[in-house]
Design a protein around this ligand. Structure first.
Ligand SMILES: [Zn+2]
Length: 372
């Protein structure tokens, strides 16, 4: 295993072993040395879960019963994502860090034994498989009280380097088909740890959203010879009214058919399949637009917005010429004290009803006066 690797923007990655055999990766921009030993007693690893097919929709469901025991909203002094201080041993053995990525202690997907493959789909007779995949945790900052929007541009640049490195490394695993870095923020959407962090899921199957996007992009390409996402981006640039922010390399807009009151898509102007393909210029310009978008979101009602920030990337081994990298941020908040609940139509039928025009929402986001 390569211990130390040099990445973009002067970031060094340092891989270390945790006491239970999991890997923790430190991403540092100041050449820090990472030697701290995990002092915690060895712990048994949870068993791998099951993948079962829902044959009505041909969708894979990952079942991981052991996750019931995971940590739920601990007080700050018991936070497992803060750096280790004295006898308070956490997931991060060092007493300080910039950005770390480590294997999730309660993973819903785990690396399988060799020879694993996804079962053939055969209706209700489809075989059950071990829930293959990888689940990782990304800590954005050692500061418990911050949020992503409070990070400096330098910190966001290091987070981006970590996402890019993990996408590149996880793509090499033969059972991985889709890599999904994301962040859930806010108790309203089920966050169980308040420390600013995100996750990375590497799926061994194509998730339903990716499958649907690939189908739409394939149909569009067959009919027009063009890439769907590029056409969509051209429309947003032409219409202008839904653009929330932009710089030389990125554009952020509320999509034409937004599902949520506050939904922002952020895309590089030079389209790429995934994070690893971003140019150095696009990487350096990302922190500015990322922070602007999240600060606008928090500024709408002057309260920290609950959101899901999701990186959509092309799958690892298919559709790489058809699907494009973009970052989707969706908030369930409609107004202070009011959430959009996924009720009958949305939950049961997947049919979204929106009571606010995307153009109005874009206007509200643009009107936020940012503190400089
Ligand atoms: Zn913490």
């Amino acid at each position: 295993m390569v211990q130390i690797k040099e990445l973009g923007a002067g970031v060094l990655r340092n891989n270390r072993m945790m006491s239970d055999g999991r890997t923790i990766r430190y991403y540092d921009s100041q050449g820090q040395s990472r030697q701290a030993i995990d002092q915690r007693p060895q712990e048994e690893q949870p068993l791998i879960g099951e993948l079962r097919l829902d044959p009505l929709l041909n969708e894979w469901i990952a079942l991981a019963a052991h996750r019931q025991t995971r940590t739920f909203l601990p007080p700050k002094e018991l936070c497992p994502l803060c750096p280790t201080q004295g006898a308070a041993l956490t997931e991060i053995p060092e007493s300080d860090f910039e950005v770390v990525v480590f294997d999730n202690r309660f993973p819903s997907l785990r690396p399988p034994e060799t020879g694993w493959n996804l079962p053939e789909i055969n209706g209700p007779d489809t075989r059950v498989a071990p829930a293959a995949g990888v689940c990782e945790v990304v800590c954005f900052t050692p500061d418990h009280g911050q949020s992503f929007a409070d990070l400096s541009q330098r910190q966001v640049r290091t987070v981006l380097e970590a996402w890019r490195d993990r996408t590149s490394e996880l793509s090499k695993l033969d059972f991985v088909r889709q890599i999904f870095p994301f962040e859930n923020r806010g108790e309203e959407i089920g966050v169980t740890l308040m420390h600013p962090h995100g996750q990375i899921y590497a799926y061994s199957y194509l998730p339903p959203k990716t499958t649907q996007m690939l189908l739409a992009a394939t149909q569009h390409f067959d009919e027009t010879g063009r890439i769907l996402f590029d056409d969509l981006l051209a429309r947003e640039i032409r219409d202008e009214v839904r653009i929330v922010a932009h710089n030389d390399h990125w554009i952020a807009f509320v999509p034409f058919a937004a599902r949520y009151p506050f939904e922002i898509h952020v895309a590089p102007l030079i389209p790429v399949a995934d994070l690893t393909q971003l140019s150095p210029g696009a990487c350096d310009a990302f922190p500015e637009i990322a922070l602007e978008v999240l600060q606008r979101l928090d500024g709408v009602f002057n309260i920290p917005m609950a959101y899901i920030a999701a990186w959509h990337q092309a799958p690892v081994r298919e559709g790489r010429d058809l699907l494009r990298l973009h970052w989707q941020i969706t908030s369930v908040r409609r107004a202070p004290g009011k959430l959009k609940y996924l009720a009958g139509s949305e939950s049961a039928m997947g049919a979204f009803i929106m009571d606010m025009l995307p153009e109005q929402s874009a206007n509200q986001l643009r009107s936020v006066v940012l503190e400089k």
